[in-house]
Design a protein around this ligand. Structure first.
Ligand code: A2P
Length: 338
């Protein structure tokens, strides 16, 4: 059986990766409909060996498709995802719009695939935040083996997470500055080239940013564990593709670094690269960018805590952090439910 699929936000950073990954993985597509704003309607995009034409989301009839992959921002999802769902299209939504709604499942296939079933009520499944996805894929086996009480995490997040304008801005700022000319920041409040910004998404009343709180809320929802403590600092770095994370865990029971390494070597979706040599660790550019796995290195016991484990976790934020995870959800959905 094949499916008609709408990709909402198909001209964006994540939407383009969705089109690519659908074709690469041989998702059983009969027809793909790339949708975007009226600005892009009529543009041509490639889909495998074919060329497809972008249509205006506003006029699209969702009863023509069985599946919709949404990545055009929370406001667009708020308006169109329920319309699509009531037309019989199951929505996998990559925005934050429905993630904290108890009626909507929030799914990482390697972590809580059973939650997908919850789509039946409202026809929508939410795809988590990029930083949460890669962290939980790596932490799941440790959580299952010994429990996790607390997670301290600092992220090093690529500009592609912001979208295609930010990708262009980093490239342009870099070349402008190297040519000795002044820049004026647009996508971020400060210069991003050659700089590091401890600020992603809006500031909240508790002093954390929304990006940081997403990691708190989503970790609890996906693990189904309201007791897990998460203390994030989310940082934007001048990297195009690939988020890195320095993670410090406090487990319930003691586990050694060797045991963690052995668990992660067996874990679905994880590639361990952990040698105590020059370059014996994963990085965004060299390993993660353009690839599917969540890479883990620098696995060690925390010398400051009896039940502490340190990890360095890296993944392509546009793929596993967004497009790939959405398509893996869609694959489970068609295998088990549609
Ligand atoms: P468009 O290219 O026509 O603006 P990114 O996250 O990389 O910035 O991409 C955002 C995606 O969301 C793009 O595909 C963009 O289409 C789409 N988008 C933005 N606003 C709208 C809108 N009002 N209606 C439909 N699609 C939209």
């Amino acid at each position: 059986r094949t499916f008609d699929v709408a990709v909402v936000g198909a001209t964006g950073a994540v939407g383009q990766a969705m089109m690519e990954i659908l074709a690469q993985r041989g998702f059983p597509v009969s027809r793909v409909y790339p949708l975007a704003s009226e600005r892009s309607a009529g543009e041509k995009l490639s889909f495998g060996r074919d060329e497809v034409i972008v249509e205006n989301l506003a006029g699209f009839d969702f009863s023509k498709v069985q599946l919709g992959l949404f990545s055009a921002g929370a406001k667009i999802s708020a308006e169109y995802a329920p319309k699509a769902a009531s037309a019989g299209c199951v929505v996998v939504d990559n925005t934050s719009q429905f993630r904290y709604d108890n009626r909507i499942p929030l799914v990482v296939p390697e972590v809580n695939p059973q939650a997908i079933e919850g789509y039946k009520d409202h026809g929508i499944i939410a795809n988590p935040n990029c930083s949460t996805i890669q962290m939980l894929v790596a932490l799941k086996p440790i959580y299952d083996a010994v429990g996790i009480e607390r997670i301290n995490v600092a992220t090093y997040q690529a500009v592609s997470g912001t979208g295609k304008e930010a990708i262009e801005e980093l490239a342009k700022q870099t070349s402008t500055l190297l040519n000795g000319r002044p820049i004026s920041p647009q996508a971020y409040p400060k210069q991003i080239a050659f700089n590091v910004l401890p600020h992603i998404d809006d500031f909240l009343d508790n002093g954390y940013t929304r990006e940081e709180m997403k990691m708190v809320w989503e970790t609890r929802k996906i693990f189904g564990d309201e007791s897990i403590l998460v203390n994030p600092t989310a940082v934007r770095v001048p990297v195009f593709y690939g988020h890195s994370e320095a993670v410090h865990l406090e487990t319930r029971d003691k586990i050694t670094a060797d045991e963690v390494k052995a668990l992660l070597q067996q874990a679905p979706g994880v590639t361990v690269l952990d040698e105590h040599t020059n370059g014996g660790y994963p990085t965004a550019v060299t390993e993660a960018s353009g690839r599917d796995p969540v890479f883990v290195g620098r696995i060690r016991e925390d010398i400051s805590h009896p039940k502490g484990i340190d990890l360095w976790i890296v993944a392509d934020n546009v793929r596993k952090g967004a497009a790939l995870n959405s398509i893996q959800i869609a694959e489970l959905l068609i295998k088990d439910y549609l």
